[in-house]
Design a protein around this ligand. Structure first.
Ligand code: G3P
Ligand code: MG
Length: 229
């Protein structure tokens, strides 16, 4: 089971900041998940449309230039990172899952990511907006896409197969054995968010899930290594 550091190592460092990314690498996460929005002139790493929960700023991300956003504190005196800053820091040290939140310019995003980053770092694009990941796959068929869902559709993972997804990403509250088995029958990986508790890590492992998103990657790695003994 692979361990995704959810928003970086976000239990120990402010979510979606460079220190959370650095900490996730230090904790030997197999992959790092980040959330990405467009502002007026950059792709930035932040979870919410609005600035006030995680930064000292106010208002919507999309209404600011990066010069304006970079004045705000996203935790421990750090600015909101750009996607390129995260790509530079990860640079082949582990996999990267770019969750597309407020991203509409998909062609621009693919041009923005330098070819060396595509070469160096395995990138998985995911979104709750399936139109966006479908477009990514059309523009760059060798990209891996992950279909996020917070529901249990009647025909399980059929929607993700139709997209040509590499993986289906499930909310743990709606993760059933039938859903996981259906994902596997369709040849995809089953990744589950957000899994921080010992009991849930063991349960996901028992269900045969392929990966979990956790705010505590070091803890999850330790639990898995004990289970393997
Ligand atoms: O990508 C998995 C998970 O991060 C999806 O939910 O709200 O934490 O971005 P959220
Ligand atoms: Mg996310």
């Amino acid at each position: 089971m692979i361990i995704f550091a959810h928003r970086g190592a976000s239990k120990d460092k402010p979510e979606n900041t460079l220190s959370a990314i650095e900490e996730a690498i230090k904790q030997q996460a197999d992959a790092i998940e980040i959330d990405v929005f467009e502002c007026k002139d950059e792709f930035v790493v932040i979870h919410d449309r609005w600035l006030q929960r995680t930064t000292t700023g106010h208002g919507k991300v999309e209404n600011h230039t990066y010069a304006q956003l970079s004045q705000f504190d996203a935790g421990l005196g750090q600015p909101i990172p750009t996607l390129n800053q995260v790509l530079d820091m990860v640079n082949g040290k582990c996999e990267l899952n770019i969750e597309l939140k407020g991203v509409h310019q998909t062609a621009h995003l693919l041009d923005y990511i330098h070819p060396t980053h595509f070469d160096n770092t395995p990138i998985l694009f995911s979104s709750f907006n399936h139109h966006v990941i479908k477009h990514i796959k059309q523009l760059k068929p060798d990209c891996k896409i992950g279909a996020l869902t917070s529901s249990v559709p009647l025909n399980y993972a059929a929607f993700a197969s139709e997209l040509g997804a590499y993986s289906t990403h499930l909310d743990i509250s709606f993760c059933t054995q039938a859903f996981v088995d259906d994902i596997h029958l369709r040849g995809m990986k089953a990744y589950v968010y957000t899994v921080d508790e010992l009991e849930d890590i063991v349960l996901m492992n028992d269900m045969g899930v392929d990966g979990i998103f956790t705010n505590k990657p070091a803890f999850a790695k330790t639990v898995l290594s004990h289970m393997a003994q």
